[in-house]
Design a protein around this ligand. Sequence first.
Ligand code: PAF
Length: 273
Amino acid sequence: MKIIHSIEELQTIRKNLKGSLGFVPTMGALHDGHLSLIKQSIKDNEITIVSIFVNPTQFLPGEDLDKYPKKIQADSKICELANVDYLFTPEINTMYSKDEILIKAPVLKGFTLEGQNRPGHFDGVLQIVLKLLNLVNPTNVYFGKKDAQQLALIKQMAKNLFLSPNIVDCEIIREKDGLAMSSRNIYLSQEERKQALNISKSLKDAAKLIGSKEYNCARIIKTMRTTMKGMDIEYISIVNRDFQQIQTIELGNTIILLAVKVGTPRLIDNIWI
Ligand code: PAF
């Protein structure tokens, strides 16, 4: 595996690559969720590039940008063992200049849920993803369904801006006990981690209710709140795949999403129905 830091090196390598190219953009602190994206890319493509860049523009003031876990040595080992071909780890000054063209998330899909609770977050995500896609110009690019709204917005950006890479959705990877994998899980104390299990449990409860033909969203949310009683729930939301709130479950077209603060970490999770 070759590690690349500069744009020039990346562009030279890209120019000479033949065959299908898979790309997995990340912010590092890699876990099995990332690894599943990497494995999918390696399976689908002749060459795989992974990027690690903790993107400052997607963090709001007061969020954990400075504390975001950085594990570059462990991350490169993981990539190397997974047979990644190139690891791109640019510096901030390489990716951003002082006075930038800005990208704005679309109003309808971009300013509910995560967009409402973290205003400006998706503008930063879309900006860096667009830059990376322009640089890498992959055949296929891989994103996890855990960040469901991010995935939907990136798909919309690709459609609206006529980007060519094919966007591949990958399933959420969970710990054995159900907790969705996240780089932020390492912030959880033992007690908080135990409490955090109620998040995936509430989603399982919702799925069970739907399995027994309960399609009323308000009642489903009420049950989920009971499962997470006493927890600091930011939102529980049931939307269709266009991120519009719905009152009744639409089988095959529904996502149930939630954000919960457990101690300091803010965790998100979802299921697709
Ligand atoms: O999902 C992430 O890790 C980030 O939002 C991404 C897509 C790498 C952009 O910084």
